[in-house]
Ligand binder design. Structure first.
Ligand SMILES: CC1=C(CCC(=O)O)c2cc3nc(cc4[nH]c(cc5[nH]c(cc1n2)c(C)c5CCC(=O)O)c(CCC(=O)O)c4C)C(CCC(=O)O)=C3C
Ligand SMILES: [Fe+2]
Length: 378
């Protein structure tokens, strides 16, 4: 039992804030999507992602081809291995001795296996850092359902807390500002000042955006808060008001179901038509260069821009920027402090301030079925 009186050292060093600044947490869990690592993984991976989703066969074949272009290997697992190492090093450097685990929704290492290992290792309470920062069923609540499934029936399962959304954390925003500035600097000088900023994120069905967050619409609203702030900071440095827009990639699902638009390729065509001299594509919906970025943007959208004769650069994702890695520690310590009942400072930047620790009732309702989920009030 954790000791409610923090002036008396708790028996368990892992839950004693004097011995462990992350108390009451005795582990951190990196939660991600997962991706195939070999050609023979691609079909089973896609089946894991889409079972029961009614995604047309044709779309799945197309997506399979995107993976084939890269030898059947998604970059996402290596990116997460790298992130995990950097988080470990950052925690160790700050004198925080905390094991870091990793589990995925759709591919090995699966969350269920990781949670079993954590239970076997005696972990009692873990903070979960999810590699997706915006509110929606796909990018938040589905992970909470996955966590429920992973501990369902597991003897000695640790308590799990999901760290808050970080779309408005300076550790996420600042690396994207710098990446955008770097891409602008790479554009030919004569088109630089007039360059548009095209922020890009994963499209979702309109119905999913409508149920995002506790009041609906949080997916788009959070993106607008983040990208307005990024554009503002970029313009402060360049001294030019770069026009910006939010566009979408990776639309899937049946054609008659409306998803968020414009598609990034259509958006590039509109920009060209409207006389934009150049564009920087900023994947502000993603934390690292996984398949959506290296295929949908680097392969497809940059080819579209080339065909249109529109000078374009793709800005880097936060991925391994030290500010992004340190943000994970900041979120962990912030939550640990709050869970200990102490006063807490929550870093945020832009129109929307720090979001909830526990998702409110009804947050990001599952569009298909009401499934049990952890880390929320319901
Ligand atoms: C909001 C969102 C993020 C958030 C950002 C984040 O989490 O980072 C995200 C991330 C990712 N999505 C990924 C891959 C896929 N997503 C699919 C399908 C879908 N995604 C959706 C939404 C999102 N997806 C939705 C509404 C669907 C339709 C099916 C359904 O309703 O669930 C499909 C099925 C085929 C297709 O139709 O595209 C695949 C293969 C990968 C791995 C990439 C790699 O391998 O490197 C990652 C990180
Ligand atoms: Fe996706």
């Amino acid at each position: 039992m954790p000791n409610p009186d923090s002036s008396v050292p708790a028996a368990n060093p892992a839950t004693n804030p004097a011995a462990n600044p992350a108390a009451p947490y005795d582990a951190l869990l990196l939660v991600s999507f997962g991706g195939p690592e070999a050609p023979e993984d691609v079909v089973p991976f896609l089946e894991n992602v889409t079972h029961g989703r009614g995604i047309p066969r044709e779309r799945l074949e197309q997506v399979g081809e995107h993976y084939s272009l890269f030898g059947g290997k998604s970059p996402i697992n290596d990116l997460n291995r790298d992130l995990l190492k950097r988080i470990e090093a950052d925690l160790a450097g700050a004198g925080i001795d905390l094991p870091v685990y990793w589990g995925n929704r759709n591919w090995d290492p699966y969350l269920k296996d990781t949670l079993a290992q954590m239970a076997a290792d005696g972990v009692t309470r873990a903070a979960c850092f999810v590699t997706s920062t915006y509110s929606s069923w796909s990018s938040c609540r589905q992970y909470r359902e996955n966590l429920y499934d992973a501990v369902d029936g597991l003897e000695g399962a640790p308590q799990l807390d999901k760290l808050r959304h970080y779309f408005n954390h300076p550790g996420f925003i600042e690396p994207i500002v710098d990446a955008t500035l770097a891409s602008l600097a790479e554009l030919p000088e004569d088109v630089r000042a007039g360059a548009h900023l095209a922020f890009v994120t994963h499209s979702i069905p309109l119905s999913m955006n409508d149920t995002s967050g506790p009041e609906g619409g949080a997916y788009v609203d959070q993106h607008l808060s983040a990208v307005t702030e990024i554009a503002r900071q970029v313009s402060l440095v360049t001294g030019v008001e770069h026009p910006w827009e939010l566009a979408y990639c990776s639309r899937s699902g049946a054609p008659h179901v409306p998803w968020l638009e414009p598609d990034v390729n259509d958006h590039l065509a509109s920009l060209k038509e409207a006389g934009a001299p150049a564009v920087v594509l900023i994947p502000s919906g993603f934390i690292s260069d996984h398949m959506e970025v290296i295929y949908d943007l680097d392969t497809e959208a940059l080819a579209t821009a080339e065909e249109l004769g529109l000078p374009a650069r793709r800005a880097a994702t936060p991925a391994t920027d030290p500010r992004f890695v340190t943000m994970v520690r900041d979120l962990l310590l912030e939550r640990a402090t709050a869970e200990r009942g102490e006063d807490v400072v929550r870093a945020s930047i832009g129109r929307l301030d720090a979001r909830w620790d526990r998702c409110p009732v009804g947050c990001c309702a599952n569009p298909r079925a009401d499934r049990p989920a952890l880390c929320g009030d319901a």
